[in-house]
Design a protein around this ligand. Structure first.
Ligand code: GLV
Length: 344
């Protein structure tokens, strides 16, 4: 029996498959259709027959999946976020987990700005109006939006960044071009904000009250789940816009629908949803929401880089070497990991 069996849950770019083939891995792609996912039963059955799992953020890799195979040598996720994986259980079981940080930072920051500009200037509403053939006379009140730069007033706009890791900082850097005042809050990264040339630290309430645009870039954890709910939305300016290209459950989506309907805030630009791919009732009908299907890192180049990075990690897992991007590196010092290496 081969000991190089890699189970890839869904079709990934060739840039990830090629290095795995060159290494001599025995590859199985569980689901080759773009429009179909993998059931949990299929995942668990697949894990039983592989040495390394390469999943996407669409598959919950929970304790049941992780305990399905005593010889599983690693989980090489093709994404920077890994909230779909029970990392605590993986560590306890001696399974290294890796992700793809860094390569998608700029692409995700670009998409954040696309959402910000689109919602501020009502690009999607205006596009729909054009496409419906409704434009028959220019008017001074047609699709009035908000300035992102100082505009004619000369007053800089305030960008509030919640979650100041690599992506948050890349978003801040882009704000220089719009002469914005940039505030940042990060429950885990105060030092990074204080060291940064692009942002000034603000406590959450101050950030929410002062910002014209609030953008979220934190990982999903127990602490960040529903970090933005009714009280936070009520604190924001009625002219403010909320952007989320991080993880959906950071926002209480039902509260957001109320805020958008009742004008507590002016608009939202979302790439992620609380119960993805389902949206909260009423969200799709809010004209002041710009909605994307979780594509912030979806440039051709970046998805290739993510796939090849996941492949590099998968090969390290197969070789029983330290994966370059292990998210639980402490696992390598555990008896559970050593036992796995011996039995596999
Ligand atoms: C995308 O959401 C990622 O985590 O890579």
């Amino acid at each position: 029996m081969s000991s190089n069996r890699v189970l890839i849950t869904r079709q990934i770019p060739e840039a990830g498959l090629a290095p795995l083939r060159a290494f001599g891995a025995d590859l199985t792609v569980l689901q080759t259709r773009e429009d179909a996912g993998v059931t949990h039963e299929e995942l668990v059955a697949g894990v039983r027959g592989c040495d390394v799992l390469l999943p996407l953020l669409t598959e919950p890799v929970d304790r049941t999946a992780l305990t399905a195979n005593d010889r599983l040598m690693g989980v090489a996720q093709m994404a920077v976020g890994f909230n779909n994986i029970d990392v605590e259980a993986a560590t306890e079981l001696g399974i290294p987990v890796s992700n793809t940080p860094g390569v998608l930072t700029d692409t995700t920051a670009d998409c954040t700005w696309a959402l910000l500009l689109a919602t501020a200037r009502r690009v999607v509403e205006a596009h729909r109006y054009m496409a419906a053939g409704k434009y028959n006379l220019w008017g001074p009140n047609l699709f009035l939006g908000e300035d992102v730069g100082p505009g004619g007033s000369g007053e800089p706009k305030v960008l509030g960044i919640i979650g100041y890791g690599r992506i948050g900082e890349a978003v801040a850097k882009r704000a220089l071009g719009f002469d914005m005042i940039v505030l940042a809050y990060d429950p885990y990264g105060r030092d990074r904000v204080l060291r940064s040339d692009y942002a000034t630290w603000a406590e959450l309430d101050e950030l929410l009250e002062r910002s014209d645009f609030v953008t979220l870039h934190n990982a999903l954890t127990d602490e960040t789940r529903h970090m933005i709910g009714e009280p936070e939305l009520e604190r924001m300016k009625p002219t403010a816009h909320l952007i989320n290209a991080a993880r959906g459950p950071v926002i209480d989506e039902k509260a957001l629908v109320r805020a958008l309907r009742e004008g507590w805030i002016a608009g939202a630009g979302l790439d992620v949803y609380e119960d993805e791919p389902v949206m909260a009732e009423g969200l799709a009908d809010c004209p002041n929401a710009v909605l994307l299907p979780h594509i912030a890192s979806a440039s051709r180049d970046t998805r290739g880089l993510m796939a090849s990075m996941a492949a590099t990690n998968a090969i390290a897992h197969l070789r029983k070497e330290r994966a370059p991007n292990a998210v639980n590196p402490e696992v390598y010092d555990t008896d559970a990991y050593r036992a796995r290496v011996e039995t596999s």
